[in-house]
Design a protein around this ligand. Structure first.
Ligand code: GRG
Length: 298
């Protein structure tokens, strides 16, 4: 079912993203090329999927949600471009291809990232959603993607390199760095539709567990997968002396924690299902369940 949903909906998001990039001034040949390179290099599109599935769960219009799904992918793409820069992780491989600053140059990568972040807010305000919904989306997404969320987490993460942190501190960092964007993707979909207060609370819980599981899986892949499988340079966390779940808990401990978080996600979805009465809503719950497959280490 998820495969079918992705086959139907994701090309609309891809098309939207590439089309928006083409609206940039005609002399911006290099910027357009760099942004198209970053967008066309694949990626699982987890955040747009969460926007669309949550929209369906809340009875909203998928068509009207496409610009929001695109905006969240733009913000995610910018975070990866900047995270790969020499001043951050200095990575040369991303999604199996040279990172943007390697394929182009550092200045272009910085500017393409900046352009994605700002263009995302153009997309959030130039669409067919009511102005009241647009303004709430801008407020919440700017907070979650910025200094109250993803950037706050990234800052703590950078500061904690080569320093010991507790498991609680690590979980707090990742709730912000990774979880905040996942959470706002789901909440955006609920806002586009007309979700109940209970649904917001349940999906908030789901997002917290999913975000943690996503990061644990990411850390485990860095240890267990080679570069060919992960599409990025493996073993970088150890080189950078990063605090990760495997470094704190060992591989087995991290695997056990990943399983606990997946189980917690499932429990949240069992509760969500009790509020899903219409067929489209029930289908959305099944889609969320299928998205747990992304969290497995194979
Ligand atoms: C703004 C510089 C800056 C950083 C923000 C999100 C982030 C912090 C940095 C990106 C690096 C990273 C490993 C973050 C953890 C979140 C994560 C697991 C990202 C990878 O996301 P996927 O797996 O990537 O969805 P694809 O390639 O599938 O889109």
């Amino acid at each position: 079912m998820l495969q079918q949903f992705m086959k139907q909906e994701l090309p609309r998001v891809e098309h939207y993203l590439l089309e928006v990039i083409q609206t940039l001034p005609k002399e911006q040949v290099k910027l357009k090329e760099a942004m198209s390179y970053a967008i066309s290099s694949g990626g699982k599109r987890v955040r747009p999927l969460f926007v669309l599935v949550a929209t369906q769960l809340a009875g909203g219009s998928l068509e009207k949600a496409i610009p929001v799904a695109g905006a969240l992918e733009m913000i995610h793409t910018y975070s990866l471009i900047h995270d790969d820069l020499p001043g951050m992780d200095n990575d040369e491989l991303r999604r199996g291809r040279p990172t943007l600053h390697v394929a182009f140059d550092e200045a272009t990568a910085i500017l393409a990232g900046d352009a994605f972040l700002t263009l995302a807010f153009t997309c959030l305000t130039e669409n067919d959603l009511p102005a009241t919904v647009q303004s709430v989306l801008v407020r919440l997404i700017s907070k979650n993607a910025g200094a109250y969320g993803m950037i706050a987490g990234q800052m703590l993460d950078v500061e904690s390199e080569s320093k010991e942190v507790t498991l609680q501190e690590l979980m707090y960092i990742h709730q912000q760095k990774t979880g905040a964007l996942i959470e706002i993707s789901l909440q955006s979909g609920l806002l586009i539709g007309n979700a109940s207060k209970e649904m917001y609370q349940l999906l908030h819980q789901f997002a917290v567990h999913y975000g943690l599981a996503f990061q644990i899986q990411n850390d485990l892949q860095d240890v267990l997968w080679d570069s060919a499988k992960s599409g990025k340079q493996s073993g970088k966390d150890t080189v950078l002396e990063k605090n990760t779940y495997p470094s704190l808990l060992g591989v087995d401990g991290a695997l056990a924690m990943l399983q606990e978080e997946i189980t917690a996600c499932k429990e949240c979805l069992t509760s969500v299902a009790t509020y899903a009465t219409k067929p489209k809503e029930q289908e959305a719950v099944l889609l969320l369940n299928e998205m747990l497959e992304y969290l497995k280490i194979s």
